[in-house]
Design a protein around this ligand. Structure first.
Ligand code: PHB
Length: 393
C-alpha cells in the first residue's frame, strides 16, 4: 500500500534525522573553545589589544586545528572590572561550555575568575596579571605573564649595587603596585639603600603631576616607578613637563613603565631609564626578530610585553592539547602544562610544575636610541627566575 510505503519512507527519514541529531553533539565536541576575557575598552585597553593581536597572530601562523580539534576563540570585553570578569567567566563556562578561560588584564580580574575555574574544573590561563598570589587561588590557574616580584627584586639589587642610595617610589595603588613596592623595598634596604619618599597613585586616570613635585623635592638618586601597561606614556610626559628629566633623577623599576608599545612615543626624556623585565622588543634572538617583524606587519605597531604573555599563553594551550592527544578534561590539560618548557620571543621559559607559575629570564635594560628609535637594550640576564613572592608554607 502506498501509505505503508510512505510511512516507511517517513520512518527512514526520521531515523536519518535522529542519527543527524545524535551526531550533532559529537561534531560539536570537535571544537575546542577558549573564552578570552580581556579589557578591550577603558584604561587597560592596550593590554587587551596586544593580547588579542598576539593570539590572532599565533593562530595565523600555526593554524586553528590542534589534535583534531578546531580551536574557537570567544573574545569578551570585561573592561578590567572584576564583577564583569566574574559574570563573563560564569557565562562562558556554563552556557558556552568553554574548555579554557584565558586573558585577564589585571590582577582583580584574574582573582575574580579563580573560584569559577575551580568549580568548573576549567584551566584559567593568566596572560597579563602579575601579582604573586594569583596562582595560589586555584589549582587550575597557570600563568604565562610574569610577577612583579621577579622584576622588582632584581632591579632593587641592581640599584643597591650601582651607586643608587636614595630612592623615591611611585606605584600604582592596587595589588601588583603593592607587590612591586614591597619586593623592591625588601631587597633595596637589605642592600643598604634608603626609601626617602613613597607615593601611591590611583589606578584609574592617574594624574602624576601633583606627586612629581614631591618626588623632586625629596632629591633622590632614582625614582622607582610601577605603573601598569598603557600608562607609561602619560607618566613620562608629565615627568618631562615638570622638568624631572633635567634633575639627574634616574627612572628605575619593573619594565611596565617602559612598555615597548609606547616607548618610542615617549621622547628623549625616557633615555637612560633602567628597568628589569621579561621582554624587550629589542631582545636579540632570531625568534624575537621574526615575532616583532610579523606583529608589525600584521598590526602596524611594536609588540609589548603583554603581547608576549598572550602569544605564549595560546602556545601553552595548543601544546597541552597536543600532549593530551585532544583530551579536553581540565585536570589533564593542567597536568600537561606543568613543567612544559619552550622558547618564547622573550627567551627560554617554563611552567613551574609545583606552582604553575612562569619561570623565565629577567633582563636588565637601558633605554637607548637605536637607528633613530627608542628601545630597551638588554645588558644583563638573570636566568630561569622563579616567582619569589609566594606565601611561605
Ligand atoms: C596586574 O593587574 O597584575 C598588572 C597589570 C598591568 C601590569 C602589571 C600587572 O603592567
Amino acid at each position: 500500500m502506498p501509505t505503508t510505503k510512505l510511512s516507511r519512507r517517513a520512518a527512514t527519514a526520521a531515523a536519518l534525522s535522529l542519527a543527524a541529531l545524535i551526531a550533532a553533539p559529537a561534531h560539536a565536541q570537535e571544537t575546542f573553545k577558549i573564552g578570552l576575557i580581556l579589557p578591550m575598552t577603558g584604561g587597560q585597553a592596550s593590554t587587551g589589544k596586544q593580547i588579542d593581536n598576539a593570539v590572532k597572530l599565533y593562530m595565523q601562523q600555526k593554524g586553528d586545528t590542534v589534535a583534531g580539534k578546531k580551536i574557537e576563540i570567544i573574545l569578551k570585553d570585561d573592561g578590567a572590572v572584576p564583577d564583569n570578569t566574574k559574570r563573563i567567566a560564569q557565562e562562558l563556562i556554563v552556557n558556552d561550555k568553554v574548555n579554557v578561560i584565558a586573558g585577564f588584564g589585571v590582577t582583580p580580574a584574574a582573582l575574580a575568575a579563580a573560584p569559577l575555574a575551580t568549580q568548573g574544573k576549567v584551566p584559567e590561563i593568566v596572560m597579563a596579571a602579575g601579582t604573586s598570589i594569583i596562582t595560589e587561588r586555584s589549582p587550575y590557574i597557570v600563568r604565562t605573564s610574569f610577577t612583579l616580584a621577579q622584576s622588582s627584586t632584581i632591579i632593587a639589587d641592581w640599584a643597591a649595587k650601582n651607586g643608587i642610595k636614595k630612592v623615591a617610589t611611585l606605584t600604582s595603588d592596587f595589588a601588583p603596585g603593592n607587590d612591586a613596592l614591597n619586593f623592591f623595598k625588601q631587597n633595596f634596604t637589605a642592600g643598604g639603600g634608603e626609601v626617602v619618599e613613597e607615593v601611591k597613585v590611583p589606578l584609574q586616570n592617574p594624574d602624576f603631576a601633583p606627586f612629581l613635585q614631591r618626588m623632586k623635592d625629596s632629591k633622590p638618586d632614582a625614582m622607582f616607578v610601577f605603573v601598569p601597561a598603557g600608562q607609561g606614556g602619560t607618566f613620562m610626559k608629565q615627568f618631562a613637563e615638570r622638568g624631572l628629566d633635567k634633575t639627574g633623577i634616574k627612572v628605575i623599576g619593573p619594565g611596565d613603565v617602559m612598555d615597548d608599545d609606547l616607548l618610542n612615543g615617549m621622547g628623549d626624556a625616557a633615555l637612560g631609564a633602567v628597568t628589569a623585565h621579561m621582554y624587550s622588543a629589542a631582545h636579540p634572538s632570531a625568534m624575537n626578530k621574526e615575532f616583532v617583524a610579523a606583529y608589525k606587519k600584521a598590526f602596524g605597531s611594536r609588540p609589548g610585553f603583554m603581547a608576549v604573555g598572550g602569544y605564549d599563553g595560546i602556545h601553552l594551550i595548543y601544546e597541552a592539547l597536543k600532549k593530551t592527544g585532544g583530551k579536553t578534561d581540565g585536570d589533564a590539560l593542567v597536568e600537561a602544562m606543568k613543567g612544559m618548557k619552550w622558547e618564547s620571543p622573550r627567551g627560554p621559559i617554563s611552567i613551574d610544575p609545583e606552582t604553575r607559575d612562569i619561570v623565565q629570564n629577567i633582563y636588565i635594560r637601558k633605554v637607548e636610541k637605536v637607528d633613530g628609535e627608542l628601545y630597551n637594550v638588554e645588558f644583563a640576564t638573570f636566568e630561569a627566575v622563579k616567582d619569589s613572592g609566594k606565601t611561605k608554607k
